[in-house]
Design a binder for this molecule. Sequence first.
Ligand SMILES: Nc1ncnc2c1ncn2[C@@H]1O[C@H](COP(=O)(O)OP(=O)(O)OP(=O)(O)O)[C@@H](O)[C@H]1O
Ligand SMILES: [Mg+2]
Length: 270
Amino acid sequence: MAKEGDVLLKVEDVRVELGGRKILDGVSFEIKDRTRPGVTTGQIVALLGPSGVGKTTLLRSLAGLDTPTSGRILGEKDVPLAPGSVGVVFQNYPLLRHRTLLDNLVVAGGIAGLNKSKATDQAKALLQRFGLAEQHRHFPSQLSGGQRQRAAIAQQLMHQRQLLIFDEPFSGLDPAALVDVVEMLVEVANMHDTNTLIIITHDIRAALLCSDLVFMMGRNFSPEGKPISGASIKRTYDLVERGLAWHPHIEQDPRFGALELEIKSAFRSL
Ligand SMILES: Nc1ncnc2c1ncn2[C@@H]1O[C@H](COP(=O)(O)OP(=O)(O)OP(=O)(O)O)[C@@H](O)[C@H]1O
Ligand SMILES: [Mg+2]
């Protein structure tokens, strides 16, 4: 059982080179278990950064899809993350086009080792929970962008994993669908104390709405101030410390708007 302050994910000095180019250099951060008395609270961490800086590259290393050139990625108790222990929701939703929504989830359950009847029960329960029961016979092309995004998240939940990474989960959503997805992410995180969601996004406001920690990634600079190859985590914003952990109507807190402006201006300096 993890307790307050236990490290759930530790990224140590990760460097990734692709095609002879240094993309990531010196990426280090930790995600710790956070608890609140009497409630189950998972962790939601947002990863912000300009386009092309290396966010998806970092995701691929975290998910075990690529091996970093150097550096370490460790889970709880400093044990390296096991292959397949990280769930990823890619931006281009990996739903199977020729299968219905329900079938898509059942297939994912099968891959996770559930038998057909258990997978079907769990799939139906998830679709119900996330407002997709009516669409269970629809094919992916018959879903809206927001419905597809929620379906892709539900698909990942067929497999119980503590670490889930989402690449741009808010893109193409209207404001109402965005709020739905934010609420769904918070609900998923809070299903278990050690659940950790990493959300990669360009949407600063949405990131602040749901996360308790924000990492900002930026290009590296030489001591003389010249841009050099490689990117790393440049700034960390702890929303819990600032009293801005998720709660209803958080966006009405003046500190929320102030932090949004602070991050926007920091973004421009990257
Ligand atoms: N397989 C590859 N070989 C060579 N270079 C690559 C490869 N994949 C990505 N890159 C380069 O690595 C850099 C980082 O790409 P990455 O996709 O991680 O950026 P990103 O931060 O996710 O951007 P965006 O916000 O636009 O999705 C880019 O300059 C890209 O051209
Ligand atoms: Mg990307």
